[in-house]
Write a protein that binds this ligand. Sequence first.
Ligand code: FES
Length: 450
Amino acid sequence: YLLSAHGADVVVLEAERTAAGITKNTTAKITSQHSLIYDELIKAFGGEKTAMYAAANEQAVCQYRKMVRENKIDCDFEDTSAFVYTKDDPDKIEREVRAAQSLGIEACVASDTELPFPVAAAAQFNNQAQFNPLKFIKEISKNLTIYEQTMAKQIEDRTVFTDHAKVHADKIIVATHYPFINAPGYYFLRLYQQRSYVLALKNAAKLSGMYIDADTDSGYSLRSYGDYLLFGGEGHKTGKNHGGGHYERLANAAKAYYPQAEVCYKWSAQDCMSLDAVPYIGQYSTSTPDLLVATGFNKWGMTGSMAAAMILTDSITGTYNPNQEIFSPQRFQITASVKTLAQNTLEAAKGLSRTALHIPGTAAADIPAGHGGIVTFEGHKFGVYKSENGELFVVDPKCTHLGCELAWNPDELSWDCPCHGSRFDYKGNLIDNPAMKGLSYNEEYGKTIL
Ligand code: FES
């Protein structure tokens, strides 16, 4: 949209339907408040670069507001404040507020919140917003050239290959959630994925602000949308959901805080996480000047994607963008990234070696109805899901991205990859990339291993 507004000739290749991916599953908070981040970023990157992060995200909030108002887009856009709260340590909130203020963000410590439980302290950022991203995208995509059901399969120099046609371009942006080209770039070594869950509650008290727990892995995210309260949480790394029960635990917490409320809808989201909490926006790799990327929005995709759109538009139109440096995919911040890097590369290595070395002993008969697992039969591994009526669905449990062994996700009846987060349904159809194709699925296997 922004490139078109600059007069560029733009084509969007969309693997599915417009906005059919993670965008529709977010809570759509438009905010520069990304839980507790600024105090940490200043320690890792210094004040000057962290100010670029703050400015890019604050400008993204303003850009949404400008586009919605100028084009009179009906997308339930509301100006509001964002709060990050803690139940235990008020000091970390005070440090965050001081850090944000030092970067020019209008922030303060809030003494009171609308939450149904006591908090020790909360950081309040003013002039933020919330909206419905699908209504927004519907409007801004109206006059764009978009080819839906057209998956980009390969890119060579300045040509994108699809099953139907080739597209030649001066510049190509890979905006596929998780980048699908493994080399160069090697994003699979510096990007992992996380899942989280959301309930839409009716008859819960309406909130005027947007809230998130400072402990984003175990705490809750709350915002109102019309008559509903969006209540989210229960995050975990993709492929790490052996026990399941995330929706149930979330529903129990909602019931405790809002006893009158009723769960009307539930859904889940998947987020690409970078190693140092900063997205990768810019040149895909040092050797590809005409190939650009936007990924790793770390659960803050509304402002992250708009910041990316502004930075990449400036890059392509030859305009200097003062915020671009901190987002460069070519950065290497060892101090900031080393902790997560060690943990996640270890995780990926474990997944890869399991494929070659580990032989689990589970048998198909041991899998209860409604559950899935890995079965070994005559030296071969099978991913098996047994439906409630006992029907077996069997797939090859080897991820089609780089071959890691998949793990069963009991909450969503899917095969999830612990290495880089690709997901497949129980029949083997692809749900989330970076994998590009589904698993092989053979009904005959089911009969073979019974
Ligand atoms: Fe990379 Fe599965 S997503 S091996």
